[in-house]
Each structure stands twice: as C-alpha cells, then as structure tokens.
Design a protein around this ligand. Structure first.
Ligand code: F6P
Length: 553
C-alpha cells in the first residue's frame, strides 16, 4: 500500500521553496542581521545550544517547526515516553528513558509498572560496586579484585567506555584500588594485551551483551575463561569457584547467561525494551558505576532525566533536541549537506564521537519507511568526529578548504580546572582551558565567515582563501559533570528520535547488520574447513586462498 511520504507534505514543499531563496545566502551575510545569537540560542538542563551559526532565518525555523508538527513530533514524543510500541519492526517499546526515572515514578508497560524492577537492578549494581570498592569482591584465591574488564561491543561497550573516560575526574579516591578496562574487538587485540599484564587472581570480567550471542564478545569471553582456568584451576571444584568469582554477566537473556555458566547471583538483567545503543543507563552501565561510584552513576541518570523532562514538556520552539534535529534536517534535506562532524573541545570526551557514530548511524542509517517504502529523501548523514583540537591538525583542512559541505557540532565545557588544589597547576591548566575555548570559538567563526573573519582582508592567492559558510552548532556545558553529561547524551538520543519521526523510519532496530554476521559465519567455516571456496565470488576466493598460502609458508 502506498502512503503519502513526508516529502509530499505542503510543509516539506514550503521548505524546498524557501531553500531556493536561502541556498546562495552566505552565513556572513546572515550575520549582518543583528540579534541572531539571542534569537537562536537556548538553555535547558545544564546545556546551552547556540544555533545561530546555522544557515537559517526565523522564517526557516518556523517552517521547520511546521514540518515537525506535520510529522507528528509532539505525539511521537508522548508515545515514546509513555512506553508505546514505537519499535514497530520488533514490536516493542524503546524505554531507555524508563531507566532514568526516579524511584517514586510509575510507568506501566503491558500492565506492569517497570520502575521497581529498574531500581531493583540499580540496587544490585550498587551492591556489586560496594563490594568491589571495599575490596570485598575476591578472586578464587582470596585476593581482592583490582582490575575489571568489560567484554562487550557496540552498545555494550561504547557507552560505558565513553562515560567512564569522560568522568574520570569523578573516580572515588578512598576505595580499594580498582581499574576498569574495556575489550571489544573480536580479534582479541585489547584482551591479549590485558592478559599479558593483569594478574588472573585479581581480575574480574563483566560479560556485557544484550543478546548474549554476539560472537565478538563470546570469543573474547572464551579466551578470558581459558586464561583464568589455566592459571587458577587445580582440581575440578575450582572451576565453579573461578566462574563464580571472576565473571559477572549483563544481558537481556538470563537463560543464555546461565548456559554460558554465569552464576545466577552474578547475573544482571535488563529488558528487550532497552535498545543496545541506548543501554548505558542500566546494568550495561555497571563498568561506569565501578569506575566512578554509584552516586555519580545516579547523578548521570538524573541529568538524563532532566533532559527527558525538558523534551517532554518544552514547546517545540524552545525544545533543545527538537531544534538540534531540525538543524540537521534543514542541512541534510534542504541544503544538501550530508556530512556531519562531532568535535568536542575537551579531552575527556575522547570517545564521544565514536559513541555518537553508533547512536546516530545505527539508529537512522535506514532507507525504508515505517510503511515499508523506500524513502525518496536522504536520512542519516555520514557522521564522524574526533577531539576538536587534535582534528584541527588532521581533517580541518577539508572543513576549511575542501569541496564537501559539512555541518559541525562543537562541544565544550564553560568552566574547568577551577577546583584543582595546587595554585600554580590550576593557573596553568585554566590557561589551557581558555586556549581550548578560544580555538573552539575561532574555528566555528572561521568556518562560518571564511575570509571575512580576517581583519585585514588584503589580496591573497586563491590557495590562501577561505570559503566559509559551513554551518555549525555549539553546545556549551556549564561544567562536564555526571549530570551535564547525562543531559548531553539524552539530548542526542532525542535528536535522533525526532529526526527518525520526521523521516518516518524506525531508529530502534538494526536489521542492516544481520546479513554481514550470517555471511561471516559461513566464511569462517570455509576458512577453517578449506571446503566450499569455489562457490564464492572471485575476489573472496582470491583473498581466502592468499591467506591459506600465507599460512603454509
Ligand atoms: O551488531 C550490532 C549490535 O547488535 C548492536 O546494535 C549492539 O549494540 C551490538 O551489536 C552488541 O550486541 P549485544 O549487546 O547483543 O552483544
């Protein structure tokens, strides 16, 4: 059945016509109109969003808001937060927001209030954290655990990795020494390194996998298990002890955890209604809680909840996630800007771009609508990023003088280092922070104005000219704290949802990754058995035979 796609709606058509009048207007020209900064910047939940460097005017935003209403964004937000089955291809709700509801809240899904179970899991996490921090979680030989290794990939790795790194300043000091590490790659690179350095007696593995079938994680887990057993087991009985003292499982499948041998008391469960890339807020966040303590983990949840409330309650025109989403839609669908760079100016956000790459591209990298039709418009842009100051010395050349139009998000804390105790160090570090902010603001300014940013714009050869006109958003955090980080992540989660609503796609499934997994299993069989290679295409055959030949040398 053919349905009317959003690009046929008058609101979309109006934007298309409007884009024709805007396309040739340079950002420098737009900035000759006063009042852009107050008009296009908004604050909520500890964040400040400056959208004035987008290539739009009031009229543009009004039309985009009409589009959001036409696409049913307000109703979709209400459905998402109420726990309706918004993930239609998998027929389930997407309730990451329930993971950060306060204990006194109520959210009934399929006749059951989910909040008590959410908080029961948080309490179990708190108990594990308490034991580890008190030096009471002991390995099989009785020594307290000193290293925790999270084995997981995708959503079961990137969220905890990104947040633990971002909040490293919040590591509790008065605890038994404990380091948290992450191993994700199926080739075993990270794990192999840990196994040469860590003491098996004091190493605890957290097996994080929503499905508990992901080969990347299970192959790392098997290697870790063999390593422990070969070092710690003397008699038969010890195997159970090692299994019990050195493995925690986090999954939506308790049966599979049990099959693998995770002791029941070491199983932390979450639910099918939490998507993998939206899962850091519950049991998958255990490594975060171990790294920064349960109080800080709960503060992260509170920050995200503050953004959830803003998302639910604010009018569309002052709703941060909605505005961020509309800027992306405007660039992508109307100005043909299909590359998006994420540029944090804070070393603690080193893994933020990788995290958003999964969040945005696995969620909205889709080309079929919720009605099963191919979209006629473009959806998720190519999104990538790196720490801004380092990227300045790597790919900013392309941003300034390349041929691609790119939208950028600059992210920075307004205040940093003012709590460093030593006075001289504090002064130097605060200067470094100021330098970093200056670079952040300078880059977005040059990207916007191009040559006009230069006071003395005398004659210059063309290779020294700057085109400018690259749109950007700047997100400022008061400070980088558990609360503001929670709010920042929730901002992007909701942005993704709003865009998906407008594009009429499902941001909560990821069928596109399934075929690759299936073919990999078949390919591994061929590689190992040396049978069936003739049925493959010429390139795959050539590559496999080259490996066999190398192995025989
Ligand atoms: O292959 C993609 C994916 O399913 C992601 O969506 C998910 O975050 C990741 O793999 C890990 O999955 P799991 O948590 O089930 O091991």
């Amino acid at each position: 059945m053919s349905t009317t796609m959003i690009d046929q709606h008058p609101a979309w058509q109006a934007l298309r016509e409007h884009a024709d009048t805007m396309r040739d207007i340079h950002l420098a020209t737009l900035f000759r109109e006063p009042g852009r900064y107050p008009d296009f910047s908004r604050r909520a939940a500890g964040l400040m969003l400056d959208l004035s460097k987008q290539r739009w005017r009031h009229e543009t935003l009004d039309k985009l808001l009409d589009l959001a209403r036409a696409a049913g964004v307000p109703e979709a937000i209400a459905r998402l937060l109420a726990g309706e089955r918004v993930n239609i291809s998998e027929d389930r709700p997407a309730l990451h927001t329930a993971l950060r509801l306060p204990a006194e809240a109520r959210l009934v899904v399929d006749g059951e209030d989910v909040v008590p179970a959410v908080h029961a899991t948080l309490d179990r996490m708190a108990h594990i954290v308490e034991q580890c921090h008190a030096g009471q979680w002991r390995g099989a030989t009785g020594k307290a655990v000193t290293d925790v290794v999270n084995l997981g990939v995708g959503g079961s790795d990137l969220g905890p990795l990104m947040v633990s790194h971002a909040l490293a300043d919040y590591r509790p000091r008065d605890i038994h020494p404990l380091e948290v590490h992450f191993a994700s790659t199926m080739d075993g690179s990270q794990l192999a390194d840990y196994l040469t350095r860590f003491n098996p007696e004091t190493t605890l593995f957290v097996l994080s996998s929503k499905s508990f079938t992901t080969v990347d994680t299970l192959s790392n887990a098997r290697t870790a298990q063999d390593w422990l057993m070969s070092h710690l087991v003397n008699g038969d009985g010890d195997r159970d002890l090692v299994q019990r003292q050195h493995f925690i499982g986090v999954s939506a499948s308790p049966e599979k955890m049990s099959e693998w041998g995770i002791a029941e008391r070491n199983q932390l469960e979450f639910w099918e209604w939490v998507g993998g890339r939206y899962s850091l807020w519950g049991a998958i966040g255990l490594p975060i809680a171990l790294a920064v303590g349960m109080d800080n983990f709960r503060a992260l949840l509170a920050g995200a909840h503050a953004m959830d409330r803003h998302f639910a309650e604010a009018e569309l025109e002052s709703n941060l996630p909605v505005l961020l989403a509309l800027a992306g839609i405007w660039n992508n669908n109307f100005l043909d800007i299909r590359a998006h760079s994420i540029l944090p100016y804070d070393g603690r956000l080193e893994f933020f771009a990788s995290y958003l790459e999964q969040l945005e591209m696995e969620s909205n990298g889709k080309s079929v609508t919720n009605h099963g039709e191919l979209t006629r418009y473009s959806t998720c842009p190519v999104l990538w990023g790196q720490l801004g100051p380092n990227a300045q010395h790597a790919f900013y050349q392309l941003l300034h003088q390349g041929t691609q139009a790119v939208e950028c998000d600059f992210i920075a804390p307004m205040r940093r280092y003012d709590r460093v105790e030593d006075e001289a160090t504090r002064r130097h570090l605060k200067n470094q922070h100021r330098l970093t902010l200056a670079n952040c603001f300078a880059q977005s300014r040059v990207l916007m104005l191009g040559d006009e940013a230069i006071d003395d714009d005398g004659p210059r050869p063309s290779h020294k000219r700057y085109r400018g006109n690259q749109p950007s958003t700047t997100v400022l955090l008061e400070r980088l704290t558990p609360e503001t980080l929670g709010s920042l992540i929730a901002l992007y989660e909701h942005k993704v949802f709003v865009q998906a609503t407008i594009w009429d796609i499902n941001p909560f499934d990821q069928w596109g990754v399934e075929l690759g997994k299936k073919i990999a299993t078949q390919t591994e069989r061929v590689l190992a058995s040396r049978e069936g290679v003739e049925a493959l295409d010429e390139s795959s055959r050539g590559l496999i035979e080259a490996v066999w030949e190398a192995e025989s040398r």
